[in-house]
Design a protein around this ligand. Structure first.
Ligand code: TXA
Ligand code: MG
Length: 318
């Protein structure tokens, strides 16, 4: 029997009983549990096979909840929250002691956001606790953007996927921390830097691809298909290096014609980068199932959401 359901009341029962529910957001599906339940939080880490040093994002229903869980809100954090919540920005702020150490991997900060999805906003409003929710994929694998992706990963491990359709933005939230009251981008994501800079001015990026960073969404290899994947500025040139192999193509706007290309996906025929972002992970899921030798992905124009797409593709190709 399918674990996919639209029943919000059922999701509430599972979560109140300290179980896990995969929830839709505008970015990707999350694997959610009650932040105050040690049992639920432990099963998030166990189900994802996620190392305990990697902290979780706390999802809250409205901005008033923020004061209950953080001890200080820098001025620019307020501006960002006002401008982008509900939406794909996560703010890393000094935590209050009510937030369990398990959530924050012992850090004195907590990552928090209000997701912009009607189903999950209703769910959060009806619960009397916030939800910790990492992306609903096994550690290091491609994030899920449909209920079916989650079911394929976890049908034997969790009770329910709350169906909210395909995720609109398709790439995780942009994560912003604060050092000396100034915002810093820790992870590129669905809210483009250009939009953020309109609100808070020039912003520094500390999005390094280290092998053991303090925010492991920044791990060099992440979001990865099982099939070998490369990032290319010129797909036809790259095909020449893999002649005779079963090649898959992840194209931006135009299809390529070549006999060795066994499967290809165009992310946006109208060259719309937001549309491309929302199709990106589903395309990687599909390509990964085609028994290919190599996936060649086209590098995007390095601006707006194209920067975040390139960031994910680079991590998928390590
Ligand atoms: O769009 C999203 O952000 C999705 C949806 C479900 O909300 N969630 C998501 O969660 O991408 P996850 O766990 O896959 O990525 C969370 C990232 C990790 O890289 C983690 O290291 C970082 O947030 N993070 C969490 N708490 C942090 C903290 N206190 N300081 C620095 N980084 C933190
Ligand atoms: Mg993730």
């Amino acid at each position: 029997m399918s674990i996919i359901s639209k029943d919000i009341s059922k999701a509430i029962s599972v979560l109140e009983a300290e179980g896990l529910v995969a929830i839709p957001t505008e970015t990707v599906y999350g694997l959610a549990g009650n932040i105050f339940s040690e049992k639920a939080i432990n099963s998030i880490f166990e189900t994802k096979q996620r190392p305990f040093f990697n902290p979780l994002i706390v999802h809250i229903p409205n901005i008033y909840y923020l004061d209950k869980i953080v001890s200080h809100i820098p001025e620019k954090a307020k501006l960002l929250a006002d401008a982008f919540w509900p939406g794909p920005i996560t703010l890393v702020l000094k935590k209050k002691s009510v937030i369990p150490d398990l959530i924050t991997a012992g850090k004195d900060t907590v990552a928090v956001r209000i997701p912009n999805h009607p189903t999950t906003l209703e769910l959060l409003k009806r619960l009397d606790f916030p939800l910790a929710a990492p992306s609903a994929n096994p550690f290091n694998r491609i994030s899920p953007t449909t209920a079916k992706h989650v079911e394929d990963y976890f049908k034997n491990d969790i009770k329910m996927v709350l169906d909210g359709g395909a995720c609109k933005s398709g790439i995780e939230s942009t994560i912003i921390g604060f050092e000396n009251e100034e915002p810093i981008i820790y992870r590129l994501g669905s809210t483009p830097i250009e939009a953020i800079e309109k609100v808070v001015g020039k912003i520094e990026i500390k999005n390094k691809k280290e092998s053991s960073p303090n925010a492991p969404g920044m791990l060099a290899r992440h979001y990865a298909p099982k099939t070998k994947t490369i990032l290319s500025d010129n797909i036809l040139e790259s095909i020449k290096e893999y002649l005779g192999h079963r090649i898959g193509i992840l194209a931006f706007q135009n299809k390529v014609k070549h006999e060795d290309v066994k499967f290809q996906i165009v992310l946006s025929e109208s060259a719309d980068m937001s549309e491309a972002a929302s199709n990106l992970y589903d395309a990687l899921h599909q390509l990964d199932k085609k028994d290919l030798d190599i996936i060649i992905a086209k590098r995007f124009p390095n601006q707006n959401i194209g920067k975040s797409i390139n960031d994910r593709l680079e991590r998928a190709t390590k």
